[in-house]
Design a protein around this ligand. Structure first.
Ligand code: ATP
Ligand code: MG
Length: 299
């Protein structure tokens, strides 16, 4: 397993950085509700953990937290030192969700903007995330207000945008891509969820049309990280609290998520190389023939 000391950051972390031990901070978002953000965030986090990464998953959906149900966790976080909160753990993931703090998980949370942003800040500042390769954030649907707040609180690596293939979904997704561009959140890639359905005879059906994911990726000038099939097992396992990547790692949908995790990791490793991490600039002594040429610079 790689250690955080060796893992290069793919994000700019300033002096005020609330999660100094985290190499990559990834927002999972979409302008559209119900496209599978929480499903993708949860399964992607597990797929990264199965690659040997140390992964945290933060449920940034304060109004409609999904992580407690999807991961079957209902405990209450404790504080060992009276200052920081220990995240809960499940399947090797470190977890935090507003759902762990509510008395009644079915009660409505009526919070106004400043409280919402305060809660998100606390989840970053006061939770003891420690050393992680990845912190994956499951965002609520909507305009991108939460993404903007988060990107102001913590240096993010960027966003993974989730969409479904059809036109009505992609229209809303374009808006969130534009918002990211405006506030300089890099789009790391697009995941097209519910792309197709394979029937018992093995015939593939594109129930919701096709091409949406690639169109969003083109618009965002990024790559399509993968396409996930519609599979009843995804919802069933999600409802049971064991995501499909954990419950059935050899299923086609779990393999497709693993592929997304591999592609994302490649993207972030390349970004970390460009940023040169915290190790200072790389000095290329090959005379420019050994890849990217970098010169020593004064810090
Ligand atoms: N590939 C899939 N195959 C089958 N069911 C899926 C798939 N992806 C998601 N679902 C189901 O669709 C529903 C919505 O998914 P999910 O909650 O992940 O969406 P979301 O974008 O996070 O929603 P919200 O906008 O409410 O946060 C869930 O019941 C989930 O189990
Ligand atoms: Mg969700």
């Amino acid at each position: 397993m790689e250690s955080a000391e060796k893992v290069r950051r793919s994000r700019a972390a300033g002096g005020e950085d609330p999660v100094p031990g985290v190499a990559h901070v990834v927002l999972v978002m979409s302008g559209k509700g119900g496209v599978g953000k929480s499903t993708v965030a949860t399964n992607l986090a597990l797929a990264l953990a199965r690659k040997g990464m140390r992964v945290g998953l933060l449920d940034a959906d304060i109004y409609g937290p999904s992580i407690p149900t999807m991961l079957g966790v209902s405990g209450r976080p404790v504080s060992a030192d009276g200052k920081t909160i220990e995240p809960l753990e499940r399947f090797g993931l470190k977890l935090m969700s507003i759902g762990f703090l509510l008395e009644d998980s079915k009660a409505a949370v009526i919070w106004r903007g400043p409280m919402l942003h305060g809660a998100l800040s606390q989840f970053l500042n006061d939770v003891h995330w420690g050393e992680l390769d990845y912190l994956v954030l499951d965002l609520p649907p909507g305009t991108g207000d939460v993404a903007l707040t988060l990107s102001q609180r913590v240096g993010v690596s960027g966003a993974v945008v989730v969409t479904t293939p059809q036109q009505v979904a992609t229209d809303d997704v374009y808006k969130s891509v534009s918002m990211c561009k405006k506030v300089n959140i890099p789009i790391l890639g697009v995941v097209e969820n519910m792309s197709y359905f394979v029937d018992t005879a093995g015939v593939r059906h594109e129930l919701f049309g096709k091409g949406g994911g690639q169109a969003v990726a083109d618009f965002a000038e990024t790559t399509l990280l993968g396409q996930l099939p519609i599979d009843q097992a995804v919802r069933e396992w999600g409802d049971k609290g064991t995501p499909v990547v954990q419950a059935a790692p050899d299923s086609p949908v779990a393999k497709a998520v693993a592929q997304v995790a591999n592609s994302l990791h490649e993207v972030l490793t390349a970004r970390a190389d460009e940023l040169d991490g915290d190790d200072g600039p790389i000095i290329d002594r090959s005379g420019g023939t050994g890849g990217k040429r970098r010169l020593p610079v004064q810090k």
